[in-house]
Design a protein around this ligand. Structure first.
Ligand code: HAM
Length: 422
């Protein structure tokens, strides 16, 4: 019986792990530079948290969540997105009270679980590099979140990127717009796809970004032309800030996002050349979400970047870090232990070196000296320590530079001063 990983998931093996780490570390450092602190939340939450925030009628809540009943009879859901858990943690840990500026800035790198049809760039477990800025309604904060992502993509070497931006309005201007939209699309209803006929009733805005029914959307009014004064001025503020920061953007009124909590700003980053799943990241403002989750009225804005999609794009563009690239060519010490009598001493030496911060390994298969040295050389160790019965008796070791082949005798007690931390 051979097991396979679940469909739509990936293993990160040591060969590809350096690339994952590079991308994650770059994001961490950039987020810290912008003043975002790390947030880690549980992998599962109360199902109700997602239903209330994401919205019952969305694709995520209606058909993509990994929901299960725990042994106590509670309904739990694997993290279906990152914003609702962040807001829950913000409220539960009173983060608003600990932050003097009342603007709480959080970042996270977490797995997200969605039961969707897997394809290139779309997985059932993917990872998001996320940001949430909670506590300010200032358009410059929307621009800060966008600019962080923009700089991140640039640092990742990604080109051919577009930033599509829209406003989905607020509870004052969105509902009258939705009525107009339904009126305008009613005649086309029999021609629309099955999903859109359902969306017409349950979530009309989502019809706008349907790839199948695109051609029937011509009569649809544009929400961006129906915004209330406040939403219009907010959008103007965001666009002006983006202009000031030199971030190119395109207004796209079909960017409505698949989550119900958005208000005002909604945006997506798209890239050519990674296939159908071209959204590299997306986000927006969610001014009603904190209140919906039981807190005081508090505005917020954030985004999620799909880690796997960044990796795919880097691969397409030949940017991926492979193997030992980016690391010093040679590093660490390989202990060549020769003979039974030195084995315990070799294990002690290994422990000593590792505790001193030196990368060190030995050969548990106890092969010949030649085989061990060849292995150490192939694995890019900098030095080899040769420890045989003679050396043990004299209290010395042979220290071989694997780059030059030069070998010297070193007293066992002088060894640590000859080997710095890796
Ligand atoms: P989202 O658009 O659902 O937003 O996901 C954000 C990004 O995650 C997408 O743009 C895409 O790059 C990636 N992504 C989504 N689903 C998958 C999948 N099945 N496989 C691979 N990658 C995927 C959110 O989740 C919001 N919580 C973002 C946000 C944060 N809004 C405000 N704050």
């Amino acid at each position: 019986m051979r097991y396979q990983r679940p469909i739509g998931t990936q293993d990160v093996t040591p060969e590809v792990a350096p690339e994952w780490r590079f991308v994650e570390e770059s994001f961490r450092q950039l987020a810290a530079r912008y003043g975002y602190g790390e947030l880690r939340t549980p992998v599962f939450e109360d199902t109700d948290l997602f239903l209330r925030s994401v919205g019952q009628e969305t694709d995520i809540a209606s058909k993509e969540m990994y929901t299960f009943e725990d042994r106590g009879g509670r309904s739990m859901t694997l993290r279906a997105e990152g914003t609702a858990p962040a807001v829950r943690a913000y409220l539960e840990n009173h983060l608003d009270r600990t932050d003097k500026q009342r603007l709480v800035k959080l970042y996270y790198i977490v797995p997200i679980f969605r039961y969707d049809r897997p394809q290139a760039g779309r997985y059932r477990q993917h990872h998001q590099l996320g940001l949430e800025a909670i506590g300010s309604s200032e358009p410059a904060v929307d621009a800060e979140v966008i600019s962080l992502a923009w700089n991140f993509y640039a640092q990742m070497g990604l080109t051919g990127l577009s930033l599509l931006i829209n406003s989905v309005g607020c509870p004052a201007c969105a509902p009258p717009y939705v009525d107009k939209l339904k009126q305008a699309l009613a005649p086309a209803l029999p021609q629309l796809c099955e999903s859109c006929r359902r969306r017409y009733v349950e979530n009309p805005l989502r019809m706008l970004d349907c790839k199948i029914c695109h051609d029937y959307m011509a009569p649809a009014p544009k929400l961006i032309e129906e915004l209330c004064e406040e939403c219009e001025s907010h959008l103007g503020g965001v666009l002006a800030a983006l202009d000031a920061l030199g971030i190119p953007h395109e207004i796209d009124h079909t960017i409505v996002r698949g989550l119900d909590y958005y208000t005002k700003t909604a945006f997506e980053f798209q890239i050519e050349g990674i296939g159908a799943q071209s959204a590299l990241g997306g986000g927006g403002r969610y001014d009603g979400l904190v209140e919906k989750c039981g807190g005081p009225p508090t505005p917020g804005v954030g985004l999620g970047i799909g880690l796997e999609r960044v990796l795919l794009a880097r691969q397409q563009l030949g940017q991926a870090v492979t193997g030992t690239a980016g690391f010093p060519a040679r590093e660490g010490v390989f202990i060549v232990a020769l003979g039974e009598a030195v084995w315990i001493e070799a294990l002690k030496l290994l422990q000593e070196l590792r505790r001193a911060g030196v990368k060190a390994e030995l050969d548990y298969r106890r092969r010949s000296m030649k085989a061990q040295l060849r292995f150490a050389d192939n694995e890019q160790f900098a030095q080899a320590i040769i420890l045989g019965e003679d050396e043990l008796a004299k209290g010395i070791v042979g220290l071989k530079d694997l780059a030059t082949g030069e070998q010297v005798e070193v007293g066992r007690t002088d060894l640590s001063s000859r080997l710095g931390p890796a």
